[in-house]
Design a protein around this ligand. Sequence first.
Ligand code: PLP
Length: 268
Amino acid sequence: MHVEDRGYQFSDGVYEVCEIHQGRLVDETRHLDRLERSLRELKIRMPMDRKALSHVLREVVRRNRVRHGLVYMQVTRGVSRRDHPFPSPEVQPALVVTAKSIDPAKGVKMAEKGIAVTTAPDNRWERVDIKTVGLLPNVLARQDAQEKGAQEAWLVDADGNVTEGSSTNAWIIKDGALITRHADRGILRGITRTVVVEVLAAEGLRLEERPFSVEEAKKADEAFVTSATKIVMPVVSIDGQAIGGGRPGPLVKRLRGAFRRHSELAAA
Ligand code: PLP
């Protein structure tokens, strides 16, 4: 990376993380749609056309021989002498693509046990719907969670409502209804979240997209988080208080199973 890459100096860039399952990209189309949207919102050009980018992703996965894992792509506004306004004339956006293998047994083990979450103030900017590389508040919240022995931090707005996790969307289940914050500019519209919404409809389950408070979450029957990395991951405690007896509940287990049947696997 160049020292004057604007991603490095200003967090002036966006990224995507896509799961690789059985050597194939999961929900690639939706991830590339969101990448294009993030870039549009920041007035950054696509670094290459979509077909070429799709080819690059596959090549990186193939050459790294990844069967299960993640592909990471990052696009920044490019390299230019440090100055706040966009470079003029425009420079070529910088693209980085990496792929890494993850032992699938790790996620299975984690899901059997469930994870602990802590809560932290959501002090991010007002456009967290854009997947920018500016993640310092998320990093600090996650570090705080880790120091408290938890695996994720739920971010809480000024009204006491949970917005989302540091790198996941947040869900609770009460009396058979699945509750997650509505997707506006206050959360990242997770691809996994969108697929789970479709899974719920297919499974005949009830969805409520609305804010929920930390207090309401602590009284939930079940809780979970969603992301490309964690898929559907049960939450078994919030700030040290056990949820659903401190064990993954039946609906979360069912959803985790159903997710794989509904998520799209890109053609090899
Ligand atoms: N919310 C935040 C802040 C994230 O960083 C992520 C993923 O990185 C998500 C939600 C989940 O999004 P997805 O399901 O697309 O991975």
